[in-house]
Design a protein. Structure first.
Length: 471
């Protein structure tokens, strides 16, 4: 750390300190701060004026004396040391090892803020990722290079679902394995322990890079954690040609930290007190996913956020939905019925699903030819189930028509057989689609108006007389 040390702060307010501005400093430059005992803290420049600079300290500011504290501008942005030794390691939110092993041996330092990807250099995501979970693979398919968040609520099993996806995700189009980058922001110790134990028991820890900013860590650290994780992911994907699956949890904690810092800095608040730049800040993270021409690797993101009061119109899920390509919504009512995973059938959506399933124009088989039809029919039929249930709540089941009762039976089978599966149950896409056909066979043929007749003849389960069921 070469340079000039300056002495004395103008003011300290939480993690924000005001210092005299010097020449040749820049936005997001790293600052080294030392108290009167020589203890070091790291910060970065967050704002500049003609005669002052606002520095954000990563950690607490207890013991910083206004007169005796010294600070030094390091002429570099915050950087992460990257190398092949990343895999299998556990770091804190600032990229420092916390697993008892020494720092990785590498001379390569990378700016954690990343570089914008030229839109022209992006490759459109098309490769289907099999997660082994029917509710996702069958109806909300994940595609390599996609950003597909999980919208959850407090107490719902989003952590179990994320761990299951990490264990089971694989590409059908190649034998290459995924490596995982996990970033926990403001998570409790038991959740961090759950993920670590799960990865160890399933044998995938050697393919995982973990960044943990626990709930007792300074909240300011949470805004750095996902940037460190995505920097590691970009190195593994675009420098080493690996397929990387990034799980970011919990984005709500990240946004709360952003609001806290914004308030401390005296910025004008936006919706529900969040800063006006919340959208662009989230986009800065989410857009660091995808595929790039000339690189064999890819980054697929699964951000997890807990919706405050289960409100999907809250600013965090609302803005996330605008930026990402769909969402997996967990339903509290399904969870209370004992269903796992409690994926809501209708609010969930994958906007890139249509380009990663079925048979491509060039003849390449991505899943199966009937996938799009089966998914569309399941959505339509389950939507009808919701309407019938609302009607039954008013007039009673006995007043329903025979067809409406058929739909009620279909809804129960759909939830208890298609949506519901074990935490360690890994279904292939063929098993998922066959299960969908089995459940659709409970409905009359004239109700299967979204499926091509030739698919019904080919895939509908046959009865003993050789005819397709219900035909």
């Amino acid at each position: 750390m070469k340079g000039i040390e300056y002495r004395g702060f103008s003011s300290v307010d939480g993690p924000i300190v005001i210092v005299r501005r010097t020449e040749n400093i820049f936005y997001l430059e790293t600052v080294c701060v030392r108290d009167r005992n020589g203890n070091k803290r790291i910060g970065r420049v967050m704002d500049l004026s003609e005669d002052a600079a606002v520095v954000q300290i990563f950690g607490n500011t207890t013991g910083l004396d206004l007169d005796a504290t010294t600070y030094e501008f390091l002429d570099t942005p915050l950087e992460l040391r990257v190398g092949e030794g990343l895999l299998g390691r556990i770091f804190n939110g600032l990229g420092e090892p916390i697993d008892g092993y020494p720092p990785i041996v590498s001379s390569e330092l990378v700016n954690i803020n990343g570089n914008p990807i030229n839109p022209y250099a992006r490759i459109y995501p098309r490769d289907f990722i099999q997660t082994g979970i029917s509710a996702i693979d069958g109806m909300n398919s994940l595609v390599r290079g996609q950003k597909l968040p999980i919208f959850s609520g407090n107490g719902l099993p989003h952590n179990k679902l994320a761990a299951q996806i990490i264990r089971q995700a694989k590409l059908r189009s190649s034998d290459e394995q995924f490596v995982m980058v996990f970033a926990g922001m403001g998570i409790k110790y038991d959740i961090a322990r759950f993920f670590t134990d799960t990865f160890e028991e399933s044998g995938v820890l050697s393919k995982v890079v973990m960044f943990q900013s626990l709930a007792d860590a300074p909240s300011i650290e949470r805004i750095i954690t996902p940037r460190c994780a995505l920097t590691a992911a970009e190195y593994l994907a675009f420098k080493k040609g690996m397929h990387v699956l990034v799980v970011l949890t919990d984005m709500t904690n990240y946004c709360e930290a952003l609001r806290e810092i914004s308030t401390t800095r005296g910025e004008v608040p936006g919706r529900k007190g969040y800063p006006g730049y919340l959208y662009s800040d989230l986009a800065e993270l989410y857009e660091r996913a995808g595929r790039i021409k000339g690189s064999a690797g890819s980054i697929t993101q699964i951000p997890i956020l807990t919706m405050p009061n289960d409100d999907i119109s809250h600013p965090i899920p609302d803005l996330t939905g605008y930026i990402t390509e769909g969402q997996i919504v967990l339903d509290r009512e399904l969870s209370q019925k004992g269903l796992y995973p409690p994926v809501a059938g209708l609010p969930s959506l994958s906007r890139l699903m249509k380009d990663g399933i079925g048979v491509a124009k060039d003849g390449r088989v991505m899943t199966r030819e009937d996938h799009a039809n089966v998914s569309s029919q399941l959505f339509a039929s389950y939507s009808k189930v919701k309407s019938v249930r609302n009607l039954a709540a008013i007039i009673g089941d006995e007043e329903l028509s025979p067809l409406d009762r058929e739909y009620l039976k279909f809804g129960d089978k759909f939830e208890n057989e298609f949506l519901m599966q074990g935490e360690y149950e890994n279904r292939t896409i063929e098993q998922t689609l066959d299960l969908g056909w089995k459940i659709l066979s409970t409905l009359p043929r004239e109700e299967l108006y979204r499926i091509k007749p030739e698919y019904i003849e080919k895939y509908m389960p046959k009865s003993e007389d050789g005819e397709a069921d219900r035909v």
